[in-house]
Design a protein around this ligand. Structure first.
Ligand code: GAL
Length: 663
């Protein structure tokens, strides 16, 4: 790992000066200085300008931009510029274009139009990386390298012949011999047995459900192919540059196809892009979850928010603008949850192109705007918070998350389409958020010993080693809660026989003989007053105590919620989809049993998170309500310079950060 943090919290955004006449550039730098911007990402979509024809590079304009930025004291996160191939490349090599599962070619004209397995794309893109890195390795403005951009955002899956051949190579590597592949894919079913590697294809459009393990392996392969591009660019960079290297992930926006947990070791710092679902009034919960997940992927280290928006985006059906104060709350919520930098897409709102209605730090209307004033305010805030950088976030709760489990659980031909991976994750996370409790969202293989409570939403696919580790964690005194449709299959998507929830039967002390998914809109009730829907199952206790049973629905009298003592701890099973109040009550019981308390006890709608560095702690409090609230706090209020002795008064919509005096 190369050290990446500077003297302050990073603040800035994507800077695309190539969209503007040079006269604008010096005004840009002046405004950046005025706003307190200290880092901009440059060159992300510049391939066609940097290399207008193959092998002919034009760096003059970028030289001038970087020099100007440096003179203005603005640091640069320089892109490898490989995000989108130039038209000359696809014209010369149409075989680099990706194909959909139905064979349709995806043409250039948008962005990212390349097949991730294309050797031609790989070769040409690495030539560009080499040229850019050689030229700017020593440029004093450059403090960070930005590989590609949101790898896989549009081209995560390609079904072309080149991809098919690469897929076969990947499968040979994974299985060694064809018999093992046939076993893993269960090809005795539907006459699918393969006698030659050449018979295997990606799961292209077919008449009936494609083989599930073929689908799963294709998802693994596709994530690995994009990762290979990341690694190849990184290898080139590593030989030429000394600055830290990153690429922007898209964690927490429903982006499913890249297993970022496996990619994290390929970057020096984890950076993430996050955009709100603007129409959702609870969007700040999704933001918090994304930030906690990014921190989990980063192994708890500080991370960088590479992109978010100052106000509306342009790609949602209705692009709701941020209300006054929301930009600040959003940005500082990321910092509360471990971001040591807050960057945006983009510096100046474009006047042409598909993103011209996307907000920016400098809007079309110029600097005399709410947005730019809030940007300047944020710049000042982040300056005042410089001391928190490098600190970590306190979390006593872990939520287990695995991209492979996500891929597995959402394959077709399952008991109910209403079982999705995000559903229970969001539900449990929401209850924790409302309780003021911060969670790390981590991979099942993470060392869990430091957590008081571990929540396991819908872990359909799970490895034996991770099951054993969770068992050991509980036996040693931990508390765990697992929700339905977990532990069902192994890594090959084969059912774990003997009763559900397969891998977790022993830990949970239950055995389910049959699933009884509910009809659309159907509800069931439990004898503890809870309401649930979507899912029920015929659970038999096998050592577990029954905490609640159904009073109606297909399984009256059958247990819905159980608890099993294991060693010094306990494992809870939630066999149905509890509604929000019932989930809140369940989580409150789990927190009480595990002895987990909120960062401070805060009124509802107030987000509280604590960052810590040794003995020093900072309390972040974000008031999402429209009334002033009071919460307990002692220390110096970094954003106002005030002091709170016992109580913090936090006006509606405001944010406070207190350097705590806890003696
Ligand atoms: C991101 C992307 C940016 C810009 C932004 C708009 O996905 O990295 O280049 O397109 O979205 O919200």
């Amino acid at each position: 790992m190369r050290r990446w943090q500077g003297d302050s919290i990073y603040f800035g955004g994507d800077y695309n000066p190539e969209q503007w006449p040079e006269e604008t550039w010096s005004e840009d730098v002046d405004l950046m200085r005025q706003a307190g911007v200290n880092l901009v990402s440059v060159g992300i979509f510049s391939w066609a300008l940097l290399e207008p024809t193959q092998g002919r590079f034009e760096f003059g304009w970028l030289d001038r931009v970087l020099d100007l930025l440096h003179d203005g004291g603005i640091q640069v996160d320089l892109a490898t510029a490989t995000a989108s191939p130039p038209p000359w490349l696809t014209r010369a090599h149409p075989e680099t274009l990706p194909r959909r599962a139905d064979g349709a070619i995806l043409w250039p004209g948008g962005r990212q139009a390349y097949c991730p397995s294309s050797p031609v794309f790989r070769e040409r893109s690495l030539e560009l990386v080499r040229a850019v890195a050689s030229r700017y390795a020593e440029h004093p403005a450059v403090v960070m390298w930005h590989i590609s951009n949101e790898l896989g955002c549009h081209n995560a899956h390609c079904y072309c012949d080149v991809s098919a051949e690469a897929f076969r190579g990947w499968l040979r590597e994974r299985y060694g011999d064809l018999n093992r592949l046939n076993d893993a894919w269960g090809t005795a079913f539907w006459s699918q047995r393969y006698g030659d590697w050449a018979e295997i294809n990606p799961p292209r459009a077919a008449l009936a459900f494609a083989n599930p393990t073929q689908q799963l392996d294709f998802l693994r392969f596709s994530s690995d192919e994009l990762r290979a591009q990341l690694r190849a660019e990184r290898e080139v960079l590593k030989t030429l540059v000394g600055q830290p290297i990153t690429t922007n992930f898209m964690i927490g926006m429903g982006v499913k196809h890249m297993d970022y947990q496996s990619w994290a070791s390929d970057v020096d710092l984890v950076s993430n892009d996050h955009y709100l679902t603007a129409a959702d009034p609870q969007a700040h919960l999704g933001l918090a979850l994304a930030a906690d997940h990014t921190r989990g992927v980063a192994g708890g280290d500080p991370w960088l928010l590479m992109e978010h928006s100052t106000s509306a985006v342009q790609w949602q059906p209705r692009n709701v603008a941020k209300l006054p104060g929301q930009l600040r709350r959003n940005s500082l919520a990321h910092v509360a949850r471990g971001a040591d930098g807050v960057l945006f897409f983009q510096w100046r709102a474009s006047r042409a192109g598909a993103e011209k209605f996307h907000s920016a730090l400098v809007p079309h209307a110029g600097p005399d705007t709410k947005v730019f004033r809030e940007v300047c305010q944020l710049g000042a805030d982040l300056k005042a918070l410089a001391e928190v950088r490098g600190s970590r976030v306190d979390a006593d709760v872990a939520i287990l998350f695995d991209w492979e489990a996500w891929w597995g659980v959402e394959l077709d031909s399952h008991p109910s389409v209403d079982v999705t991976y995000a559903d229970r994750l969001n539900a449990l996370y929401g209850s924790l958020w409302r309780a003021g409790v911060t969670a790390d969202i981590v991979h099942p293989s993470t060392d869990l010993s430091g957590y008081r409570l571990v929540l396991v939403p819908t872990l359909y696919l799970v490895r034996d080693a991770d099951v054993d580790a969770l068992h050991a964690y509980v036996a040693a005194g931990g508390t765990a809660a697992i929700t339905y449709f977990s532990g069902i299959v192994d890594a090959d998507d084969h059912i774990r026989l003997g009763g559900y929830p397969g891998a977790f039967r022993e830990l949970l002390g239950v055995r389910t003989e049959e699933f009884f998914p509910l009809r659309e809109g159907e509800q069931v009730h439990l004898d503890d007053g809870s309401t649930a829907d979507v899912w029920t199952e015929w659970v038999h206790p096998d050592g577990a105590e029954v905490l609640a049973s159904y009073t109606d629905g297909p399984l009256p009298g059958v247990p819905a919620l159980t608890r099993h003592r294991v060693g010094d701890g306990a494992a809870w099973y939630v066999g149905t989809r509890l509604d929000e109040p019932a989930t809140d009550r369940l989580v409150a019981r789990l927190l009480a049993e595990a002895g987990v308390r909120p960062a401070v006890s805060a009124p509802s709608g107030v987000e509280v998170v604590r960052r810590r560095d040794g003995d020093r702690t900072w309390l972040f409090a974000i008031n999402h309500t429209d009334t002033e609230v009071r919460l307990p706090a002692h220390g110096v209020e970094l954003l106002t310079g005030g002091h709170c002795a016992g109580e913090l008064a936090l006006p509606a919509g405001e944010v406070a950060v207190v350097r705590e005096d806890r003696t």
